[in-house]
Write a protein that binds this ligand. Sequence first.
Ligand code: NAP
Length: 483
Amino acid sequence: MKNIPVVMVIFGGSGDLAHRKLYPALYNLYEQGLIHDNFAVIGTARRPWSHEYLRSQVSDAIHETHDKVDENEVKNFTSHFYYQSHDVTNVEHYETLKKLAQDLDEHYNAQGNRLFYMAMAPRFFGTIATHINDQHLTGNGFNRIVVEKPFGRDLASAEELNKQITASFKEDDIFRIDHYLGKEMIQNIIPLRFSNWIFKNSWNKENIKNIQVTLAERLGVEARGGYYETSGALRDMVQNHIFQVITLLAMPEPESLKDNDIHKAKQELLDSLIIPNEEEIKKHFVRGQYAGSDTTFAYKKEPNVDENSTTETFAAGLVKFKKGPVADVPIYFRTGKEFKEKKNRIDIVFKNCHSLYGQVKHDVLTIEFDPTSSITLTINGKKITGEGLRQENLTYAFSKEEMAQVPDGYERLLHDVFVNDSTNFTHWGELKRYWQFIDAIEDAWQKENEKGQANIAQYPPYRMGPKEANNIFESPTEHWIYE
Ligand code: NAP
């Protein structure tokens, strides 16, 4: 693998994401030779750590995620790490950071390449981008920036943030990261759709009845009530993860597998995204909050949550496109906290054929991407004894050994940033369309709140969300496949 010279700056170097995901991922890329002799990583945060202390933290992060490591390799790797105490709101601190980056660039011969990673609370993203620009932190080689989610909290704030970032970075150098796009089965959607005759030729409105995307979480908001109150399920899960998955499922075949062609196909689809009106939102969208039980808190009783909160912990709805292979096909989604189990899955429901057997069950292609990775085709077959048909599953699942080889999403995505492959990152044009859709729903819900007509279904914890979500379908012959 090519060795990429670079000085990487991680804003939020003492945070959870850096510790659990970024440091182990960087170590694996170092082991593969993608970064080796000519790199340095500067971790920044306010607390007064030393270089040595950061190195010990990075070493701990590697030991926590790897069964066996070569201690010499770990030592060599961590020797490339430097800590800079830095408050992102303090202009003077950027001077010190710039000087350190320049010195390290010279020391490691990093050829003026810079990679900035915003691993901090989103409210700081704009400030950091502005200071990178004003204080000239960029180098004279490549300059790339990775921005964590959420990118804005509506279209207006996303536009503002984008303006701040594009002051220093070209669109092609902005990597808006969504770790769902690093998941094995999500990366398998394009090969599945476009390398199999049966799917390539049946993935269209003539054959598909509907598509269903479920991102169910077992946990409640736990200690994150304060943050969640500013977000809700729609902004936290639908605006990014669910829309990314839907885009991959509905986009036309790209001209090639190059990142530009994939983004072109996505944009073509998203330009035809139908933004629902208030009437449609009333009919096909549901919001909910988990209610308490004898042993669990209701959302409204969680710490740092307003007891009159209208923030949704569950959202379900309908997405449709005017163009693309599944134009006009209903794509339903639902996501929520305190479901009966953690389950991320996609169900492609095929139409009923006119059959000699009368009414038969739909064929369903199910792609599960969490907690396990599998693809299952559910089909009809003969019963061994007696009359009629039974449903059978054809499953392509990974063995434990194969699962162990699957790289973490962050490792994959960081690798892509180093090699400048933007396939699995969100372009601005795509993000803009996602926000336009989300804003329409948020506005309609806000209007209901203001009229005192907020319709927020309270649902029992650890089941399947609110029963109202069973009524969002366009036709009475449709229902959730995963129940
Ligand atoms: P976190 O654990 O709260 O870390 C925040 C970091 O920011 C700390 O290093 C903190 O260190 C630093 N910080 C706070 N205020 C600062 C300031 N004024 N100047 C400089 N540094 C400051 O957050 P996180 O969980 O790592 O999340 C970071 C980002 O990643 C968020 O956008 C989140 O949505 C995203 N993300 C996280 C995960 C995950 O698994 N954690 C997964 C997906 C996405 P000091 O207090 O020392 O300054």
